[in-house]
Design a protein around this ligand. Structure first.
Ligand SMILES: [Mg+2]
Length: 234
C-alpha cells in the first residue's frame, strides 16, 4: 500500500471515529454546520405552487420528495457556502422539516446537485413540525443537539428558533422574493402582511433588517440576496 493510500485510510478512519459520537467532537476545530433545505439550499417554490388538488391538504410530502428533479433549483450562493465548508474540512448536515417519506429521492437529487454523497439519516435528516394547540412548532433543535452543530443556516423564523433552542449559532438566509410573495409566513413574521400583532413587520421593516444584517431574533443575516436561477434559454 502506498503512503498516500495509508494516509487516506487513516484520515477516513479518524473522521468516522469523530462521527461515532465518542465524546466532544469539535476539539480539532472542525465545525459542524447545518443547513435547511427549502428556500435555503433549494428553490423549491414551484413544487408547492403546483401541488395537485388531492395533495394539498394535508400536503403529500411523499409526493413532494419525488418532485425536486423536475421543479427545484439549486440556490447557488448556498451551494458555494457548502463547498467552502467542505473544502476546509468542516462537516455539513442538512435538516428539513419535510417528512421523510421518499426522502432517499431528495438525498439522491442533492448528491447530484452538490457533488458529494448526501444520505438520508446520515447527513440528511427529516424533522417535521409538531402541533401543540393551534400552533405548529419546529422540532429541528432536537436533531441539532444530537448532531452537536455549531452553526445553522435557514430562511425561516422556525429555523432561527430551533438553532437558538439548541444553542447553535443561527444565520438567516434571505428567502427568494418569489417565495416570499407566494408564502410570506414564517419569514420575519410575514412581511407581506405587516399590519397585525402576529405579523407587525412590513416589507419596509424587512429592508431595514437586511441592511442591518440582523433579524427579529438577533440572528445574523447572510448578506447575499440571490437574484434567482439563470434562465437556461437565454
Ligand atoms: Mg426553509
Amino acid at each position: 500500500m502506498k503512503l498516500s493510500q495509508i494516509l487516506r485510510t487513516v484520515f477516513i478512519a479518524a473522521v468516522l471515529l469523530l462521527n461515532a459520537g465518542c465524546g466532544p467532537v469539535n476539539e480539532a476545530g472542525i465545525l459542524r454546520v447545518g443547513f435547511d433545505i427549502d428556500d435555503t439550499v433549494l428553490l423549491s417554490r414551484d413544487i408547492f405552487v403546483n401541488l395537485p388538488a388531492d395533495k394539498r391538504s394535508p400536503i403529500d410530502f411523499a409526493w413532494v420528495n419525488l418532485q425536486d428533479r423536475q421543479m427545484s433549483k439549486l440556490i447557488t450562493p448556498t451551494a458555494e457556502l457548502i463547498h467552502f465548508f467542505n473544502a476546509h474540512g468542516h462537516q455539513v448536515f442538512f435538516i428539513t422539516a419535510r417528512p421523510g417519506d421518499n426522502g432517499d429521492t431528495l438525498a439522491a437529487f442533492l448528491t447530484e446537485q452538490l457533488g458529494f454523497p448526501v444520505i438520508k439519516n446520515a447527513n440528511l435528516f427529516f424533522e417535521p413540525k409538531q402541533t401543540l394547540g393551534d400552533q405548529r412548532y419546529t422540532t429541528k433543535h432536537r436533531r441539532m443537539k444530537k448532531l452537536d452543530l455549531d452553526l445553522y443556516y435557514g430562511d425561516s423564523d422556525t429555523d432561527i428558533i430551533a438553532a437558538l433552542k439548541a444553542g447553535v449559532h443561527p444565520v438567516r438566509v434571505v428567502r427568494h422574493q418569489s417565495s416570499i410573495d407566494q408564502y410570506g409566513k414564517n419569514f420575519f413574521g410575514d412581511t407581506t402582511d405587516g399590519t397585525t400583532i402576529a405579523a407587525p413587520f412590513s416589507d419596509l421593516d424587512k429592508q431595514l433588517f437586511y441592511r442591518a444584517s440582523v433579524g427579529v431574533f438577533g440572528e445574523s443575516i447572510y448578506p447575499i440576496i440571490w437574484p434567482g436561477p439563470t434562465d437556461e434559454t437565454e
